[in-house]
Every structure is written in structure tokens, then in C-alpha cells.
Design a binder for this molecule. Structure first.
Ligand SMILES: [Ca+2]
Length: 434
């Protein structure tokens, strides 16, 4: 590229010009080593142009299109993906060529193609994970177009693992089989991503009798078992790896584990993550709301163990936690607050903060009682928010503030955070009157 071409550069972009020069120098040395000159390398996108174009640096492709749309003199654009450079042309006298890493379009093309971009931006949130917003070329109306099956087939078939997998595009094929410890119909099976954006597969993986319901059952069968991670299946459909606390006279199934020294795991997650569970039983995790529903169908004791930032450990115990199924938004209730040094934050300091009898909410699903916004977004977690809450154990791992892992009775601060949080359930010695 010849410098005389850059005649309309704005002063604010002079810094970027320096960066470009630097880039040229680097490319020059690279070019000497690899056998090409900076001109031919950078120049591919810049060849065959007329004078008077504008260069914009460090722009995304969408920004480049926007810039051209809002400048009536812009008649065409070129965009170099490798160096994030946007070129706006006052003429359409540029040869149309398809060069890799370089996109070019004339005004009428992108006005048509991206004219309803704003409409698509609004519409985009209505599309599912496996869809993208496209514009109907005739009506120019946005619609959701299925592109792929979004995730790997093993995610949709419990207890399976992948044997062969390339990608999730429509038409893609993958091979899956039941996990080794599962009773299977035998062999590998083929999964196909259909045009409906769903994996079609025929595989049955049955949970064997040897895998028990929860840690309480495991311990009652064998009271010499040590604390650690074990395979359990609360719903007899999906095998879960969970941490079992066997240190007291019973087995406790850990449903949430957040130990600060074991690293940071993001708990500000969407509905489907909270539904299926996330993290690893060997570290920090959430067992999943479906598993929580199955675990709390029978009488139980809920124990919450928290470590404050002063290093002291406090507890709260409740009788008969009950989490409903997904159709009822995993609404939570319990018998009563039994005891503990942590206090009853689920009950709330006021009725409007009570988590009891609330539906579960996540950043993408607002089932709370707060009409002016989303408590999950405000408090950065997934929880049984009211208007909002005095408990937020799936919030951020921080010391002070409503978005922290707060449990409001453990300190003088309005929203004390905690270092560690362990939520566990025992289905033994349950208070059936609770
Ligand atoms: Ca709300």
C-alpha cells in the first residue's frame, strides 16, 4: 500500500497509523524471513483501489458495516479480518474479488444484507442456542435459522460418552456409547444432527442397581467409606458424580461445593446449566436442579456450612428441603429452620427476602417477585430469589456486597460474603414431622 492513499485519515487515528507502521515493519521482517513483502501481504485487501478512501483501525466487521451505513458517501467497503482494518470507499469502482481473510461489499449489497441488523439484534435473543438470526430476503423480516445441534450428543443422552465426534452442524454424525459402568444395549451408536437442530440417536443406557441413590444410602451400606467423590443416581436415570461427606455418623450428599482454595468456578450461569449441574465433584460444583428435585422427594435434612472471611465456620440446618421439578420452576420449600450458628437466612430478615416458597431464577430466567428487574442479574447467581434475598450462596466469591455469596446473619455488614460454602443433604434420621 502506498502512503499517498491514506489521505483522509482522521487525527484520532494517527495513533493507529503508528500501529499500522509498526505492523508493516514487523511484516517486513517476517516477509524477509518467509519470502514475501509487506506490500503484497497487507496489500491483498488494499489492491485495486481508488484514492480517497478512509481507513478505520481496530474495528469489528459489524462496526465497519455500521460506519459505512451512516456515511452517505461510502459506496463500498473492504474489511481485513486479520488486521481488523476497515476501509470505506467513496466509489464503487473497486474490483470485486474473493480474497481469503478479506471481505468486500458494495453499498447496495450490505444495505440489503444488513439493513435490518438492528431488528435482528432485538430478535436475536428470541433465538435458541442452535439458531442464528437471519433476514428473509423477500420480506426482510428477521427469523431464527437453525444452524446446528448446539451441543454434543452425549449432553442429550444421559450416561453416554463420545467415541467419535467432529462437530454439531446439521447433517453431522457422531458415535456414542454408554459409559463403561452403565448397563447398555451394547456397542457404539450413530447420532445424526437433524434439520430440526436435534440429535437423533437410538441408545439406551440404564443405571445399574449397583449405583445407589445418594451418599446417605452409600454410607448406610458401608460405614467404613471415606469422604470423597462417588457415583450416585438420585433419579435412577442419570448417574452423577458427587462429593460425599462421610465424616459424621451419616452420609451427606454435597449438592453445592464452593471452596475458595480449590479455585474459582463461575456460578453466574444460565438456566440449563443450573438444571443439569456444572463443575466437578472433585472441586467446586452445583449438582443440578433435576438431581436436587430427585434428592428432596423424600424426607431429609439440609445442612449449610459456611466459612466467613474471618476463617470461622458456621452452620444452618433445615428439615425436609423440597425442590419441585422444572415444570414448577424448581420451587423450593422446607419444613423449618432447625438450628445453627449461621442463622436463618433462607427465612429472610423480612418477608420480601424470604427464599422459602420461591421459584428458582437465573440470569436468563426471571421467576422472582421483584417487578423492577431481575434479582439473578442483580445478585449474579442462580437462587430462589424473592424481592430479592438475604441468602445468595451461588453469588460471586467476594467479601462484601449483595452479589457476593451472602448469608445475611453472619456479620454486621448488610451483605457479608463468604470464603466457602457447602450445601449438603442427608436422607437419614429425617424429621418427618418437620
Ligand atoms: Ca423480576
Amino acid at each position: 500500500i502506498s502512503r499517498k492513499h491514506i489521505i483522509t485519515m482522521r487525527s484520532s487515528e494517527m495513533g493507529s497509523k503508528f500501529v499500522l507502521s509498526l505492523l508493516n515493519i514487523i511484516l517486513y521482517f517476517l516477509g524477509n524471513t518467509l519470502g514475501y513483502t509487506p506490500e503484497t501481504n497487507l496489500g491483498k485487501c488494499f489492491e485495486g483501489t481508488s484514492e480517497g478512501y478512509i481507513l478505520l483501525f481496530d474495528r469489528s466487521f459489524v462496526d465497519c458495516v455500521r460506519e459505512c451505513k451512516r456515511r452517505p458517501r461510502c459506496q463500498a467497503l473492504r474489511y481485513d479480518r486479520r488486521v481488523l482494518i476497515c476501509m470505506l470507499y467513496p466509489t464503487d469502482q473497486i474490483p470485486k474479488r474473493d480474497i481469503s481473510g478479506c471481505y468486500q461489499a458494495f453499498r447496495w449489497e450490505f444495505i440489503h444484507q444488513f439493513a435490518l441488523e438492528g431488528k435482528c439484534e432485538e430478535h436475536h435473543t428470541k433465538c435458541n442456542l442452535n439458531e442464528t438470526c437471519s433476514l428473509n430476503t423477500t420480506t426482510m423480516e428477521p427469523f431464527c435459522e437453525i444452524l446446528d445441534c448446539a451441543e454434543r450428543p452425549s449432553r442429550f443422552a444421559p450416561n453416554t460418552e463420545m467415541v467419535h465426534y467432529v462437530d454439531s452442524r446439521v447433517g453431522a454424525r457422531a458415535k456414542i456409547q454408554c459409559k463403561s459402568f452403565i448397563e447398555s444395549s451394547g456397542g457404539t451408536k450413530c447420532a445424526v444432527c437433524t434439520e430440526q437442530g436435534e440429535w437423533k440417536m437410538d441408545i439406551q443406557c440404564k443405571v445399574p442397581e449397583s449405583i445407589l441413590k445418594d451418599c446417605t444410602e452409600l454410607f448406610s451400606k458401608n460405614n467404613t467409606l471415606k469422604s470423597g467423590h462417588y457415583n450416585i443416581s438420585p433419579d435412577r436415570k442419570v448417574v452423577k458424580s458427587a462429593y460425599c461427606n462421610m465424616e459424621t455418623e451419616e452420609g451427606w450428599t454435597v449438592v453445592q461445593r464452593r471452596i475458595r482454595k480449590d479455585g474459582s468456578l463461575n456460578f453466574t450461569r444460565k438456566w440449563r446449566d443450573y438444571k443439569a449441574g456444572f463443575g466437578e465433584a472433585t472441586g467446586n460444583y452445583w449438582i443440578g436442579n433435576d438431581a436436587l428435585h430427585a434428592l428432596t422427594k423424600s424426607a431429609n435434612t439440609l445442612r449449610i456450612q459456611l466459612t466467613t472471611f474471618n476463617g470461622s465456620t458456621v452452620q444452618a440446618e433445615y428439615s425436609n428441603l423440597s425442590v419441585s421439578d422444572e415444570s414448577a420452576n424448581y420451587a423450593m420449600t422446607y419444613g423449618k429452620y432447625v438450628k445453627g450458628s449461621a442463622g436463618d437466612a433462607l427465612g429472610g430478615t423480612g418477608l420480601q427476602f424470604r427464599a422459602k416458597d420461591m421459584s428458582f431464577s437465573t440470569v436468563d430466567k426471571d421467576n422472582d417477585q421483584y417487578n423492577d428487574g431481575s434479582c439473578a442479574r442483580k445478585m449474579r447467581g442462580g437462587w430462589w430469589y424473592n424481592k430479592c434475598s438475604t441468602s445468595n450462596l451461588n453469588g460471586k466469591n467476594c467479601e462484601d456486597g449483595e452479589s457476593c455469596m451472602t448469608w445475611q446473619k453472619t456479620g454486621n455488614k448488610p451483605f457479608p460474603g463468604h470464603q466457602d460454602s457447602v450445601i449438603m443433604i442427608s436422607t437419614k434420621n429425617s424429621n418427618i414431622n418437620g
